[in-house]
Design a protein around this ligand. Structure first.
Ligand code: PLP
Length: 407
């Protein structure tokens, strides 16, 4: 008899985006002439930068010719891309990251979901609340939790983000081994300072813990004093893995390219206390289960680092950040407290009541779809997230309708 992994049965049935889809579908059925504006999910709307498109085309042409055809690539990514990443995203910041510490992949979702596989099931895992749901669900699937009760799984340590701490969680009061951090944060848009990250790195060093640092939104940081990578923080090379993605800065959500940085100095331990390099474990996992990102996609990603690519990516980011500032200003003028939208494309808004009620109000009175904060964890209750990923026109129309509905 084929048996299932029963951990899957612990996963909470009503997944956030399917709940939203159900309410949106019901609204559309009742209002078939309506004109909904979706500021809910974090998918980009602008086309790929021209530099990426040109590189993509050239690489596709190479695939058409036997002399320049590429079959399977190196699982860790082509050197041309790994070197461009190490040089531009880390060495340029003064962070000591080498090309062979970069693992190119098809998404930060898969990497941040898969990374836990290389650790024991009985480790203690700390996860922020509110949070990108992938970190929680993949640990549930792996059997690191008990059942969910009131929206929280037994066995996980929740790092609470609240208005009082500016949605930057405090260090845990009990020892933990694996720590997920996400800055700029999805969903709150909050960004940690160097001093705050230093506390986490020091904690990890003191406790022989490892930080999984998701920096998928790093390109949206505007404040020059904020850290662009955890490797700008002293000691992080020993205790932190960083996830990055081309999805949000360069519009690769449908093209798929990302990478994970695993410094060779990061260690994890056997039950007998012997140190093992995390780099070797991840290399083994990645080469066993992943067969590289396609050559044209890696060439398109490399073009992000060309002079033209850098300019075009900066324009894309500026476009969305103008939306973000506008949304935040408008909501504040309407009397709502906001976090985010300054160093991130998400605006996290105090709904002054139930998240889902506010969601329904925006849907039914303004025909605008947002994301209810309750879907990101218990601490998200009472908030909604509005995403800046849409056209200027749609954002302006959406905000005019929200003003009319709430003003
Ligand atoms: N990490 C965070 C925090 C995200 O919000 C997202 C996407 O929304 C991802 C990772 C996924 O990135 P990718 O498109 O590279 O899989």
């Amino acid at each position: 008899m084929i048996k299932i992994n029963e951990n899957y049965l612990k996963l909470q049935a009503s997944y956030l985006f399917s709940d939203i889809a159900r309410r949106v579908a019901a609204h559309q059925q009742a209002n078939p002439q309506g004109d909904l504006i979706k500021l809910g999910i974090g998918d980009v709307t602008r086309p790929l930068p021209d530099a990426c498109i040109q590189a993509f085309h050239r690489a596709v042409d190479e695939m058409a010719d036997e002399a320049s055809f590429h079959g399977y690539g190196p699982e860790q990514g082509y050197d041309f891309l790994r070197e461009a990443i190490a040089k531009n995203d880390f060495q340029a910041l003064g962070a000591d990251i080498q090309a062979d510490e970069i693992f190119v992949s098809d998404g930060a979702k898969c990497d941040s979901g898969n990374f836990q596989e290389i650790f024991a099931t009985d480790i203690r895992v700390a996860i922020p609340d509110p949070v990108y749901p992938v970190y929680v669900d993949t640990n549930v699937m792996a059997g690191r939790t008990g059942e969910a009760k009131d929206g929280r799984y037994e066995g996980l340590v929740y790092l609470e983000g609240t208005k009082a701490n500016g949605f930057i969680p405090a260090l845990p009061s009990e020892p933990v081994d694996l720590i997920y951090l996400c800055f700029p944060n999805n969903p709150t848009g909050a960004m940690a300072t160097r001093e705050q990250l230093q506390q986490w790195v020091d904690y990890a060093r003191d406790h022989k813990a490892l930080i999984l640092y998701d920096a998928a939104y790093v390109a949206f940081i505007q404040d020059p004093d904020l850290p662009r990578s955890i490797y700008e923080i002293e000691g992080a090379r020993e205790v932190a893995v960083e996830f990055r993605s081309f999805s949000k800065n360069a519009g690769f959500t449908g093209t798929r390219c990302a990478y994970t940085v695993v410094p060779k100095s990061c260690m994890a331990w056997t039950a007998g206390g012997e140190a093992v390099a995390v780099h070797g474990l991840w290399n083994r996992r990645h080469t066993t289960k992943f067969n590289s990102v396609s050559y044209p996609v890696q060439r398109a990603a490399e073009a992000v680092y060309s002079e033209a690519g850098q300019e075009q990516v900066a324009e894309l980011v500026a476009y969305y950040m103008t939306n973000a500032r506008y949304i935040r200003e408008q909501m504040e003028e309407l009397g709502y407290d906001c976090i985010g939208g300054v160093n991130s494309p998400y605006i996290w808004i105090d709904a002054k009541g139930d998240s889902w009620d506010f969601f329904d109000t925006l849907l039914n009175r303004a025909e605008v779809v947002c994301t209810p904060g309750a879907g990101f964890g218990r601490c998200g209750e009472g908030y909604i997230r509005i995403s800046a990923f849409n056209s200027r026109d749609n954002v302006e129309r959406a905000m005019a309708r929200i003003r009319a509905a709430l003003g």
